[in-house]
Design a binder for this molecule. Sequence first.
Ligand code: CP
Ligand code: NVA
Length: 307
Amino acid sequence: MSAPKHFLQFRDFSGEELAHLFERTRWIKERFKRYERYWPLADRTLVMIFEKASTRTRLSFEAGMQQLGGFAIYLNTRDSQLGRGEPVEDAAEVISRMCDIVMIRTFEQDIIERFARHSRVPVINGLTNEFHPCQILADIHTFIEHRGAIQGKTVAWIGDANNVCNTWLQAAEVLDFTVRVSTPPGYAVAPALAGLSGMDHYREFADPMDAARGADLVTTDVWTSMGFEAEDAARKQAFQDWQVDADMMRVAKPDALFMHCLPAHRGEEVAATVIDGSQSVVWDEAENRLHTQKALIEYLLLGRVTR
Ligand code: CP
Ligand code: NVA
């Protein structure tokens, strides 16, 4: 049996594969909006394993699988044997004999990598401490819908060098754009952890205003990600000056977009006037989780569909 293809990090896909996914996303989304049935995955089953909370990821995978004619099963650590110490390798062997594809949201990237090594079926990263590749698929599709190709463009990342930031950095290498990052001292990008092959596609700025200057897209995320709650008080102090506000949007390009993966904390990483303002495309981003992931599941299970 040949090894299945997985989506564990953004760089698992080439630029050419991503172009195919974005084209399929457009087709699948248009058809869905016209209420035209597309059920290529009848009788296929997705298992979703959540070790952390979720609204968008759970809903978009579950609804998406059903809209493709398949089924989705939700498992969490609390009421499965995963929470009682069953080795991840054993869980992968068993789960992957009973379904066609698996989505996992967990803590360390190592957990999902180990699961994938023992899985007979494709595994999708639904967020780890290090990466959130499905989010950036949706974000880049959203950028393309609003502004066209992202190649050669500039993205400003303001705040924590977290899983979403690391994934933007990988995406910049694969799709050839630049990320201008500004993080507080002590919270900088770790290139090895981000899985970067070089430093050609990002620049670091001490002052967030400098990072935002001239950007085509300004984006941020919570100051405290899931799993880091114990650091919350220290982070609230350290990140005070890393809020995306109207002044910051003013130094970006006049037609710059604002994105946030959500959930957001207005008054912390983003001002309400920005996230609720005219440059914000956060609801499109959230919706596009559904459409891009349907294209992703189609690709992992059926290969290059061209109809
Ligand atoms: N953006 C995102 O992944 O949201 P959830 O945590 O609600 O899934
Ligand atoms: N960086 C955030 C993203 C949530 C979707 C977290 O990991 O909690």
